[in-house]
Design a protein around this ligand. Structure first.
Ligand code: DAH
Length: 339
């Protein structure tokens, strides 16, 4: 009888508040708990009923423990909710990501050229020999092909390559379109290089191409000056040094005045005051002809730059590997660049 009463009490006691729970604990689970009398009474129980009696007292104890733990957990939840989680509060701001620095710089470069009438064109990363080399005036067996350590892919009889530069997109555009052509081609390129702080087996380039009547070297220079000053500031100077590329004649390498030291000399410009940013030149007539453009009527210029290099100069990132390691501590530093 006593057992049933206690079972009913255990089941029905209100356990909402801390005090109620504590009283319950003292009564049923504390050091002088009421169940102890029941255990003590076992010696007066007839032998044949001892087992059943013991089991029901044990069940009573387990019941009390269960209710106690459940009540405690429920109270804890309510307290937590009222401390930290005021459901009437406005939601906190969501965590925002950051654009990748290379995406930021690509967008900035494309925007500059869009302002002066360039459109954007893209081509495949897996290229054939014609678009990556031959049409760009790299004859078969010409040593200039060694300038670019190429990854080759064999597809049946055909040998394909991971493009080594975005100059391949020039060819595709010229094959499909007659001048005037003003296009800018961003994309990923691949070279068989050992990975280090200064070289990677894949990186990104932006290629520019302008073909029309009477396009001259002066137009090229003016376009590049506009680009450099828009990206790096109006005080920026450019310098062109003679160079060699199979697809341009004449060819030049473009330097900008060091964005850090203003010709005083520093370790970024290696004490020269100048930083190399791209290659350029007048499109070689052989290239125009290979792409079906009339060299009696049209001339043009082209240029190509590495995005990692430009980003390095803009953001002072001196290890190329950071761009592809996906380290959140690096990437989250570019949050303010969100457009
Ligand atoms: N394709 C060259 C490279 O990957 C870069 C380049 C140089 C592109 C001169 C051009 C150019 O269009 O005129 O190193």
């Amino acid at each position: 009888m006593k057992i049933q009463e206690l079972a009913a009490e255990i089941e029905s006691t209100l356990l909402m508040e801390e005090q109620q729970i504590e009283q319950f604990r003292i009564r049923f689970l504390g050091s002088k708990n009421i169940l102890k009398d029941l255990y003590a009474a076992i010696k007066d129980i007839p032998n044949e009923q001892k087992k059943a009696y013991g089991q029901s007292v044990n069940a009573l104890k387990e019941h009390a423990e269960r209710r106690f733990l459940e009540a405690k957990a429920a109270l804890h939840k309510v307290q937590k909710l009222s401390n930290n989680e005021d459901l009437t509060k406005p939601a906190g701001s969501p965590k925002v990501g950051a654009h990748h620095p290379l995406s930021l710089i690509r967008k900035e470069i494309l925007n500059i050229f869009k302002q002066i009438g360039f459109d954007v064109s893209e081509g495949p990363e897996i290229e054939d020999d014609w678009h990556n080399f031959s049409a760009l005036n790299f004859p078969i067996e010409h040593p200039a092909r060694d300038m670019q350590d190429t990854f080759f892919i064999q597809k049946g009889e055909e040998e394909l390559a991971l493009r080594t530069h975005t100059s391949s997109v020039q060819v595709r555009v010229m094959e499909q379109q007659q001048p005037p052509i003003r296009t800018i081609s961003p994309g990923r390129v691949f070279r068989n290089e050992a990975i280090s702080a200064r070289a990677h087996c894949f990186f990104h380039q932006v290629e520019g191409l302008y073909i029309d009547k009477d396009v001259s070297f002066a137009d090229l220079k003016q376009t590049l000056l506009f680009f450099a000053q828009t990206l790096f500031g109006t005080q920026t100077k450019i310098r062109l040094r003679p160079s060699y590329f199979p697809f341009t004649e004449p060819s030049a390498e473009v330097d900008i005045s060091c964005t850090l030291c203003d010709f005083k000399g520093c370790n970024v410009c290696k004490q020269t005051g100048w930083l190399e940013i791209m290659g350029c030149g007048m499109v070689d007539p052989n290239v125009l002809e290979a792409c079906g453009i009339d060299t009696d009527v049209y001339t043009g210029f082209a240029f190509g730059m590495g995005l990692e290099r430009i980003a390095q100069l803009k953001y002072r990132v001196n290890d190329l590997r950071l761009y592809s390691e996906n380290d959140i501590r690096f990437l989250s530093q570019f949050k303010s660049g969100m457009a």
